[in-house]
Design a binder for this molecule. Structure first.
Ligand code: 3DD
Length: 418
């Protein structure tokens, strides 16, 4: 397939510069690319991907091609595609179907195009491609060896499908790798979500009160980075264990309703819907800023906000000002979608280096072992996490201790007690 659909192929040169920059910050993936360009373990395999078209994703796509795969790609969010990067991939002969500002109809059209070459492997971020295969093209599933899922929300969705016995092929939960979950979700989201808020507002975090909804891996990262910028951080939660963790890490914890008189900036990272609704908007301070770091645009009740507002306008790029009936102003960033990828560039390349090394090794693992796996959601072998962590440490010039033979004996023994 040499077909593609991007906004402007003329942006390819500019996009390639961004990809070159990302490659300079992704040493693990580039090392694996050099290794697999020789052995080409994915030769003869077709990979359909549905994942944010960013400069980092482009490095992964080109690595799949270097490893011998045929690849077709769409974005997994209507507003996260970097058009110049999409153009650079298309100019490179990759069938890419993605542009910034897709309608819902166009979004699913793009996914459909990537299924035309009957992929044997698929890669998702939010499970929209997998769900499209299952709901609209179940016959295609016969060709699919397995799929990988990049994000927490997608893994939740697929675990629910598995519980219903609906999965037609095995899924690898790449998200649940420690070198993804503990890195990308915490440190990537922590930095890139604030990056998105800063680019859309240029507000001062010091002296402000930031309300973080959700203290999972993403919310934890956001809370710590907001505190690092000098903000007073309140965490809201529904899970007692997560709430306790937040308290033990020094954050104030309270119900959302109690945070409203203080909150200046609200960042949702729950994976749930309607975290901020009309009952909250009406009690927020004038000038409150709302941003979502969760995968889907369901965490801020946008229809509810639109109903309360007498008018709205785009006051800055990715920043919509709503004037409520009493004159109060509320600012919604990135149309309530992932603020890091819509208002900024997503996570930095060096953290995506690990996430995508897991994706590459996961695809090779699926090609080799997918037929042995049940139609369920599986963790990747622990060795892959160890390999990615070791390669990353080496790229950082960090050397660690090794267990002696006696220590290996001791920790695998049980006879030696007090
Ligand atoms: N995600 C965040 N930043 C990204 C980037 N620079 N390129 C591609 C994808 C990017 C989202 C995913 O990493 C995924 O971890 C998620 O949504 O959890």
């Amino acid at each position: 397939m040499t077909d593609y659909k991007v906004r402007d192929i003329g942006l390819a040169k500019q996009g390639q510069l961004k990809i070159d920059w990302a490659e300079s910050r992704m040493p693990v993936l580039m090392q694996l690319r050099r290794k697999y360009a020789k052995s080409k373990p994915l030769k003869g395999y077709r990979i359909a991907g549905c994942l944010h078209v960013t400069k980092e994703t482009a490095v992964l796509v080109k690595t799949f091609v270097a490893a011998g795969a045929e690849v077709a790609w769409s974005g997994c969010n209507p507003l996260s595609t970097q058009d110049d990067v999409a153009a650079a991939l298309a100019a490179d002969g990759i069938p890419v179907y993605a542009w910034h500002g897709l309608s819902s109809k166009e979004y699913y059209w793009c996914i459909e195009q990537t299924l035309r070459f009957k992929p044997q492997l698929t890669l998702d971020d939010g499970a929209d491609l997998i769900f499209t295969v299952h709901s609209k093209h179940p016959k295609l599933a016969k060709e699919v060896i397995g799929a990988a899922e990049e994000t927490t929300t997608g893994v939740h969705r697929l675990r629910a499908m598995a519980a219903d016995g609906k999965l037609l092929y095995p899924i690898l939960a790449v998200n649940d790798q420690a070198t993804k979950w503990e890195m990308d979700n915490v440190h990537g989201t922590g930095q890139s979500a604030l990056d998105g808020v800063l680019r859309a507002t240029n507000i001062l975090f010091a002296g402000s009160t930031v309300v973080v909804a959700g203290f999972g891996h993403c919310g934890k990262g956001v809370a710590h980075r907001a505190r690092g910028l000098g903000a007073d951080v309140i965490v809201t939660e529904v899970d007692p264990v997560a709430a306790l963790k937040a308290r033990m890490e020094g954050f104030r914890v309270m119900p959302m309703m109690e945070a409203l008189p203080e909150g200046d900036i609200y960042i949702t990272a729950t994976g749930c819907n309607n975290v901020l609704t009309s009952k909250h908007f009406s009690k927020m301070k004038d000038g409150a800023v709302l941003a979502n770091a969760g995968h889907f645009n369901v965490e801020v009740d946008i229809p509810g906000l639109e109903k309360l507002a007498k008018s709205s306008r785009v006051i800055r790029p990715n920043n919509r000002e709503f004037i409520l009936r009493g004159g109060k102003r509320i600012y919604l960033l990135g149309e309530g979608r992932l603020v890091n990828l819509v208002a900024a560039e997503g996570h930095p390349s060096s953290v995506m280096d690990m996430s995508f090394a897991n994706q590459l090794l996961g695809m090779i693992y699926l090609k080799e072992h997918g037929h042995e796996l049940s139609n369920d959601v599986h963790l990747l072998p622990q060795e892959i996490d160890q390999q990615v962590a070791s390669l990353k440490l080496a790229s950082m010039g960090i050397v660690i201790d090794k267990l002696t033979h006696d220590q290996i004996r001791y920790i695998s023994d049980y006879a030696e007690g007090t």
